[in-house]
Design a protein around this ligand. Structure first.
Ligand SMILES: [Cu+2]
Length: 147
């Protein structure tokens, strides 16, 4: 699933072509309990240097950008990331076991088969909203779901 979304330029950037972000394969895992945070994943591609600043969704009280840090003993833990840099032509993929969007304070359970809107705010490309399909609780990605 590829979504090409026209961007809204919220920052005045004289002489610069309008930045464009491509969000591909957004997906989330079905939640077991609404009291547990959900996780959403996607791939971001930009034609110019950009930075993901903020993410919001009506299904979550707030959305955090998380990375994974592994210490010397091999123990991994989630760390909060302030923003996510995107280099031109180098896709950034958020995936299980790596960086992800943590959906905190879910208003309800995310059910397999439904979808929800997710709004991403970029420094250059501005704000765009994508529809995120919810896959099974053990899903590892949208391609794996296809037969
Ligand atoms: Cu997390």
């Amino acid at each position: 699933m590829k979504l090409l979304v026209a961007s809204l330029l919220t920052f005045a950037m004289p002489m610069a072509a309008q930045a464009e972000i491509i969000v591909s394969d957004p997906w989330a895992r079905a939640s077991v309990l609404a009291s547990r945070p959900g996780a959403a994943y996607l791939t971001l591609t930009s034609d110019e240097l950009d930075r993901l600043l903020e993410v919001t969704s009506p299904v979550a009280g707030h959305v955090m950008l998380h990375g994974i840090e592994t210490d010397a003993a091999g123990v991994s833990r989630m760390v909060h990331i302030e923003g996510l840099d995107i280099s031109p032509g180098t896709p950034v993929t958020l995936a299980p076991g790596s960086s992800h969007l943590m959906l905190m304070d879910l208003s309800r359970k995310l059910e397999e088969g439904e979808s929800f809107p997710l709004t991403l705010v970029f420094e250059a490309a501005g704000k765009l909203t994508v529809e995120v399909p919810v896959l099974g609780p053990g899903a590892m990605g949208p391609t794996e779901e296809r037969p």
